[in-house]
Design a protein around this ligand. Structure first.
Ligand SMILES: *Cc1c(COP(=O)(O)O)cnc(C)c1O
Length: 430
């Protein structure tokens, strides 16, 4: 057979790149958003929130229109917009009535805010391990980490797939715990015919620039519980100044913030929500084509979708079987990047290993809350507490960001071509 450099010669060693040009950037914003924003700007009313008990306590027209549209889309009783999902997570933990020193179990494989939202109420994050197929909290590990001080589980629907919510619910009910679900990366993912995030006591989604749909910054909290909804609306908007006027009697954690989202963002959000299904379908189509192209490669474990679930592929998760491949992840990554594949990352994160937890220094210099009397026991954040997450992080996990580029069939085929070339040359990069 004739020698074909583009298919055979590694770019790492001077051969031609599989992907010679930068792929188009993923951009869900279009003319619809531009027009919606113009109308708001022309009206001059960019926000209509008032931080007192008043008709404007719930925000302006677009805030409320977007919230009703989210309730309809996600199938929930209450949707509450916030200026970021980080704010949403803080409001959610506060609304549950978490006390200083209470423990909340959280995944180490998530964005840092899932755990800091717990610390913001002077409560204690306890890290449980993850499953090696969904990368979400492992219910068995969650149960092992429950103590008499545990009050809630902060579950995370990471990368586009739901956590095993049925198993968590069963555990939570048995131990009288609440569940918050951080579904920032998985809007539109389904579990048991419902939207991921809506089966927890409180769930929610990020509208940050990097996510499937965005409003620049923003977030949506969802819940079916009337009281929790009211408490989160209060925390969003200066609770302490509103409770008396509104006749609220439960003052626990009624310390308010300004977590309000503006009219411009909500006008964009309304247009983005209409596009979510189509955008998710395009991620799913690209992921399926990628899996089809990569499935014959030895030593690669491709993403799975559990029964009664869908995956929305914020990240396309791959596990490298390093022993079988005989090449380190870093060498494979370097070779793939040389081929022009961008958006790959070795590992994800292990929150418990961040300096804040390793040194137990958060509020002030004296180790609060861990060294204070509100913390009832010595909390272990040492390396080794989450062996599955740690192994994936150190050795075998390779993530591909699906919301970085607008992936056409042809783009996906070029990515597959790059993987095949590297796989055919593994002996050369050892
Ligand atoms: C993006 C993200 C957040 C934070 O959302 P923001 O809107 O950026 O504050 C929280 N958790 C996870 C898993 C995320 O991916």
């Amino acid at each position: 057979m004739k020698h074909n450099p583009i298919l055979e010669d590694l770019a790492l060693f001077g051969g031609p790149k599989s992907i010679p040009v930068e792929l188009d950037r993923y951009n869900p914003i279009g003319i619809e958003e531009t027009e919606a924003v113009l109308k708001i700007v022309e009206s001059g009313v960019l926000s209509r929130f008032l931080g007192t008990w008043d008709v404007d306590f719930y925000g302006g027209e677009k805030v409320q229109e977007f919230e009703r549209a989210c309730e309809n889309y996600f199938g929930v009783k209450h949707a509450i917009t916030v200026n970021s999902w980080t704010s949403g997570l803080i409001a959610a933990v506060g609304a549950l009535g978490i006390e200083p020193g209470d423990e909340v179990i959280v995944s180490p494989w998530t964005m840092c805010a899932s755990a800091t939202a717990i610390l913001h109420w002077n409560a204690i994050p306890v890290f449980a391990d993850i499953e090696a197929d969904t990368f979400c909290l492992d219910p068995v590990s969650v149960e092992k980490n429950i103590t008499e001080y545990t009050r809630a589980i902060m579950a995370v629907d990471i990368f586009g797939h739901s956590v095993n919510i049925d198993a968590l619910r069963e555990i939570a009910d048995r131990h009288n715990l609440k569940i918050i679900c951080d579904t920032a990366q998985s809007p539109g993912a389904m579990v048991n015919g419902k939207h991921a995030g809506t089966l927890a006591d409180i769930g929610g989604y990020s509208l940050n620039y990097h996510k499937h749909i965005h409003t620049g910054e923003g977030g949506i909290i969802v819940t079916d519980d009337d009281e929790l909804a009211e408490r989160m609306q209060l925390i969003r908007n200066h609770a302490e100044a509103v409770v008396a006027g509104k006749g609220v009697v439960n003052l626990v954690n009624m310390i308010g913030y300004n977590f309000r989202l503006g009219e411009i963002e909500c006008a964009i959000g309304l247009e983005q929500l209409k596009k979510l299904d189509g955008l998710v379908q395009s991620r799913q189509k690209a992921a399926e084509r990628l899996s089809q192209g990569l499935k014959s490669l030895e030593g690669l474990r491709l993403p799975i979708v559990k029964e009664n679930n869908t995956h929305v592929y914020y990240i396309y998760p791959i596990i490298l079987e390093i022993e079988k491949l005989g090449v380190s992840r870093e060498k494979i990554l370097t070779a793939l990047e040389a081929e022009g594949v961008s958006g790959l990352a070795a590992g994800y994160v292990n929150l418990h290993l961040l300096p804040m937890y390793q040194h137990k220094i958060a509020y002030g210099s004296q180790g609060f809350p861990w060294t204070s009397e509100i913390c009832k026991r010595d909390i272990d954040y040492k390396k080794g507490i989450c062996p599955v997450a740690e192994e994936l992080q150190e050795k075998s996990f390779l993530g591909f960001q699906m919301c970085l580029h607008d992936l056409s069939d042809q783009d996906v085929d070029l990515i597959v071509q790059a993987f095949c070339k590297v796989w055919n040359n593994l002996d050369k990069i050892k």
